[in-house]
Design a protein around this ligand. Structure first.
Ligand code: HEC
Ligand code: HEC
Ligand code: HEC
Ligand code: HEC
Ligand code: HEC
Ligand code: HEC
Ligand code: HEC
Ligand code: HEC
Length: 372
């Protein structure tokens, strides 16, 4: 078996090498094939041999980042949501849908350009506090803009050219959405010969941080009184957690959507596993938060970041990765111009949504007793 597989592998590589790839084929049985030698085959090809990982992955947001409008019209397409067409646009005028898995969706027309203007963003409201609604995207007047978002929304992205020859789709890619091969590299050779050709496993923060970032990683861009979304790496970079990995906490194949029945398994290591001292002091506190079912995340990871909607003055819709709480009543969450966060949570973000009547001064003295 092994020999047959190896012969097949070498047979496959030989023409590629001959075509000018500099890669040396060694006599080792186990090969690490570099991405420029393999080719993309799509997540469906991984399903046959990795069925449970694939099933679980298909309940995460990653593969639903960019979708064919035909698929989206099937009410069973997304695992936990459905997406409507804007009131003044027929589905026939929409080619692709961006997102729609968790927070919001936007729409792309046949030439690859994103529709902007009134009713061009669909806010899903997974919190169920309000029905889904259409809001404006970018401007008050109808228009379009190029889809230059592909490097974070697709698999096998290249900056050159236009996908499918459509002028609005900037760059080209192998598959829509973040598929298996976005993190593991192209899998064509592995899928044909899994025991001989291993896939890349990258556990670095730079892998996730390639997309979960905004601008320079050592800044935390903010807007309208909230941290902006897709900045988990920027946020984490400023904290002492920058010494651990995203995948220390996250299982990258299990999603965190509030309706995902497997959500409890998506976080591999809980705060309690590493912070035993603070867990004990929290549970034994004279303040009965623990008995009331308040969790570590309630104070240390409030929704201080905004993707689609703000629920209150100090609560939007994406959990922050800043963790650190500044208990000084005079601390400012943002720089004076409001464009950046200062790298810690102030007490209004950590506490006020549950204690709206308390002043910052009161919260500041109370905070000293939360862990005690
Ligand atoms: C190629 C870009 C890209 C890479 C690399 C990437 N992500 Fe994402 N991630 C996204 C996008 C875009 C979304 C939003 C998907 C949606 O909701 O439609 C997302 C959503 C998520 C979510 C929320 C959705 C869910 O179902 O839970 C988590 C958690 C997440 N990513 C974690 C990670 C981790 C951990 C890594 C690294 C192992 C990573 N991501 C690597 C682009 C990326
Ligand atoms: C967002 C990035 C990301 C995506 C997308 C992704 N993986 Fe992974 N995968 C990882 C990381 C990181 C690890 C290493 C996990 C760890 O820390 O143990 C891993 C580990 C694995 C492993 C070996 C360990 C195990 O859990 O058995 C397999 C097999 C695997 N992935 C297959 C897949 C398949 C198949 C898909 C698509 C259905 C996929 N992965 C999608 C990031 C990703
Ligand atoms: C024909 C079956 C088959 C297909 C198709 C397949 N795999 Fe695998 N994969 C395996 C087996 C078997 C292993 C374990 C290899 C070992 O332990 O030596 C594996 C291991 C892995 C690992 C762990 C690292 C390694 O190479 O040992 C990753 C990651 C992975 N596969 C990702 C993928 C992705 C992504 C796809 C789709 C592009 C895919 N696999 C398609 C059979 C397959
Ligand atoms: C630097 C990478 C990056 C770029 C560039 C980017 N995004 Fe995203 N986007 C993400 C990530 C990561 C998420 C999910 C995590 C979050 O929102 O915090 C996301 C989430 C979204 C969502 C919500 C998905 C859902 O299922 O609710 C939409 C819609 C979206 N982006 C649209 C766009 C559009 C349109 C563009 C280009 C104009 C764009 N994004 C550019 C990384 C990026
Ligand atoms: C894998 C272990 C691990 C997990 C899981 C973990 N932490 Fe930490 N945390 C650390 C380490 C290590 C430090 C740095 C400690 C130090 O240097 O004193 C830290 C630091 C912190 C700090 C201080 C941050 C700063 O920048 O000053 C806070 C707050 C914190 N953790 C909260 C949490 C919360 C809340 C969770 C759960 C969501 C959590 N941690 C999960 C290991 C972990
Ligand atoms: C009711 C809000 C609240 C909850 C819930 C909460 N904390 Fe805290 N935590 C705080 C505050 C406030 C501080 C800052 C205390 C200070 O500086 O005196 C803090 C500080 C910390 C620190 C940093 C200690 C340091 O030396 O910098 C860690 C770690 C931590 N908490 C972990 C946890 C863990 C683990 C849980 C869950 C078991 C938890 N917290 C639950 C409010 C909370
Ligand atoms: C110390 C553990 C820890 C680390 C490290 C960590 N996360 Fe998270 N992350 C969580 C927890 C816990 C949640 C769920 C928070 C909640 O309960 O609302 C979460 C939620 C998310 C979400 C979904 C947003 C939401 O509103 O729930 C995304 C996206 C995400 N993390 C991406 C990342 C990325 C990317 C990294 C690395 C740059 C990372 N995380 C590092 C613990 C962690
Ligand atoms: C998710 C909601 C939530 C958050 C966030 C929260 N608390 Fe509480 N807090 C509660 C609940 C519920 C109780 C009532 C517990 C009991 O006594 O039964 C409580 C009780 C208290 C009490 C004692 C009763 C009182 O009203 O004086 C103090 C003091 C307090 N919290 C301080 C804080 C501080 C400081 C923070 C932020 C660091 C905070 N809480 C964050 C929900 C929250």
């Amino acid at each position: 078996m092994k020999t047959a597989a190896r012969v097949f592998l070498l047979g496959l590589l030989a023409p590629l090498v001959a075509m000018g790839c500099e890669r040396k084929v060694t006599n080792e049985v186990t090969e690490i094939v570099s991405p420029d030698v393999s080719f993309y085959v799509g997540s469906d090809a991984c399903q046959a041999c990795h069925p449970s990982l694939h099933a679980s992955f298909m309940k995460t947001g990653h593969p639903f980042k960019l979708n064919d409008a035909d698929d989206v019209q099937d009410p069973n397409y997304y695992p936990f949501s459905t997406v409507q067409n804007p009131p003044d646009l027929a589905w026939s005028e929409i080619d692709l849908v961006i997102g729609g898995f968790w927070w919001k969706a936007r729409y792309i027309r046949a030439d690859g350009r994103i529709y902007t203007g009134p009713n061009r963003q669909y806010n899903l409201r997974p919190d169920n506090l309000a029905p889904p609604e259409f809001v404006k995207y970018e401007t008050d007047t109808p228009g379009t803009k190029d889809y230059d978002c592909g490097r974070c929304h697709t698999t096998g992205y290249k900056a050159q050219g236009n996908q499918d020859g459509k002028p609005g789709l900037i760059g080209t890619w192998a598959s829509n959405g973040i598929q298996c091969e976005a993190c593991h590299g192209p899998g064509g050779v592995h899928a044909n010969s899994p025991y001989d050709v291993r896939m890349v496993i990258d556990r670095s923060n730079e892998l996730c941080g390639k997309c979960h970032v905004r601008g320079a990683v050592n800044t935390i861009p903010a807007q309208g009184g909230f941290i902006r979304h897709h900045e988990q790496w920027n946020e984490m970079f400023t904290t002492k957690h920058s010494g651990i990995q995203c995948v220390t906490c996250h299982d990258p194949h299990i999603g965190l959507h509030p309706s995902n029945p497997d959500r409890d398994m998506a976080i591999r290591l809980q705060c309690e596993n590493c912070h035993m001292k603070e867990t004990k002091s929290f549970e034994n506190s004279s303040i009965l938060h623990y008995d009331a079912g308040i969790t570590c995340e309630d104070c240390h990871m409030p929704k201080a970041s905004k993707s689609a909607v703000a629920i209150g003055t100090y609560e939007a819709d994406v959990a922050t990765h800043l963790w650190r709480i500044n208990t000084d009543a005079n601390a400012e969450m943002f720089t004076p111009d409001g464009k950046f966060a200062n790298g810690y949570l102030t007490l209004n973000f950590a506490c006020s949504r549950c204690h709206p009547a308390k002043t910052l001064g009161e919260l500041s003295s109370d905070a000293a007793n939360v862990h005690e």
